[in-house]
Design a binder for this molecule. Structure first.
Ligand code: ADP
Length: 358
């Protein structure tokens, strides 16, 4: 059961990567900080952390990156190692089921290495407890044997930098969060930034992407570079098969319609969630697990993959009693919002109180 859940969440988190596109995706990754588009604050903060560590000649503090899938956390981890001129070791929270798995990983580190743990909030408890000591004192206690005869053998770990990535920073335990010296909060990208991502990727892939088409794809990429790159590849397929290979704005629009990407970039699952919330629960409030059952998905998928963008787009509001559809959600589905709906579009909220109290 737990495994099923883990596997299906894993799939969902990777859902935006079409099988067979993996190699292409790695070719599109930015290689250094200057190549990395957008996230100006994170880039500036990270630059300071890395440059000062290089000047001091020591490993930088441990770094945590949080944000929805596909925003560039893995790419940044790779960039950190490149900028430091060190090796990167990669693993993920679900792979660290036992403390021994982590001990093996840690004991193989060489001084200055960057250890990247993706989905760090899903690490098993014993491994997490071992990690505290490793992060703070660069040592681990390996327990050998069981019961009263068990002994603890201390092992030194080479000074390393941990880079953790999480789609749910709230799920991280306090002690683990406290041990990171710097947290990078990754936010959705602006369409103008995604246009730059698309232009760069088109250059690498050798796709003839016209400016207006880049603008159209960027606008419908849910603020996410991974989705922008995926849509570019699908639009390219369409251009090659049904047109003359050139991605014009008309080709882009036609291709996006085939792949079920709507005007604002919502995909099938986003629309199913909105539809269930509005039609099935009359706009809410409803708990995220109930909503997930209604669309036949795991709660983790709805919460970590769909919801952040729907909240950002102003279509869903999180309230203490559950999720609520805003007026924008009703309108997006072509429905009239019920009267007296508390959660409107931003314009409605900004105008109403001022007019009343005026
Ligand atoms: P995450 O680890 O947050 O899920 P990734 O680092 O795997 O995201 O990024 C997914 C893909 O999106 C990468 O292969 C890369 O091509 C692209 N990408 C992400 N961020 C950027 C960026 N800032 N500039 C250019 N491409 C990016």
């Amino acid at each position: 059961m737990e495994d099923d859940y883990t596997n299906s969440l894993e799939e969902a988190l990777r859902a935006s990567v079409v099988p067979g596109d993996g190699d292409v995706e790695s070719g599109l990754r930015p290689k250094n900080l200057d190549d990395f588009i957008g996230q100006p604050r994170v880039r500036e903060q990270l630059k300071l952390v890395l440059e000062s560590a290089i000047q001091r000649g020591s490993a930088p503090d441990h770094i945590l990156m949080s944000g929805p899938p596909g925003l560039g956390k893995t790419s940044l981890a790779m960039i950190i190692a490149t900028e430091l001129g060190t090796a990167l070791r990669m693993t993920s929270g679900p792979a660290l089921e036992r403390a021994g798995d982590l001990a093996a990983m840690l004991s193989n580190l060489v001084e200055g290495d960057v250890l990247f743990i993706d989905e760090i909030h899903r690490m098993a408890r014993p491994a997490e407890e071992m990690l505290y000591l490793a992060m703070e004192d660069f040592r681990v206690d390996v327990i050998v044997g069981k019961g009263p005869g068990a002994t603890s053998i201390p092992l030194d770990v080479a000074p390393f930098t941990l880079v953790g990535a999480t789609t749910r920073s709230g799920a991280l335990t306090g002690p683990l969060r406290d041990r990171f010296g710097f947290t990078a909060h990754m936010d959705f990208y602006d369409p103008s930034e995604l246009e730059l991502v698309l232009t760069r990727s088109a250059r690498i892939l050798g796709v003839d992407l016209q400016g207006k088409a880049a603008h159209e794809i960027a606008r419908r990429s849910r603020g996410t570079p991974r989705i922008a790159n995926r849509l570019l590849r699908r639009v390219r397929d369409y251009a090659e098969v049904r047109a003359d290979g050139i991605v014009t704005v008309d080709v882009a629009r036609a291709a996006l319609a085939v792949y079920d990407v709507d005007e604002v970039g919502l995909d099938r699952l986003d629309r199913a969630v909105l539809g269930a919330l509005v039609r099935g629960f009359n706009g809410g409030p409803v708990g995220v697990s109930t909503l997930a059952v209604a669309v036949g998905e795991e709660p983790g998928t709805v919460e970590e993959v769909c919801e952040p963008f729907l909240v950002r787009a102003g279509m869903i509001a999180r309230t203490p009693r559950g999720r609520v559809a805003t007026a924008a959600a009703w309108e997006h589905l072509g429905l009239t919002p019920p009267e007296g709906l508390l959660y409107g579009s931003l314009e409605v909220r900004a105008v109403e109180p001022a007019a009343e109290s005026g």
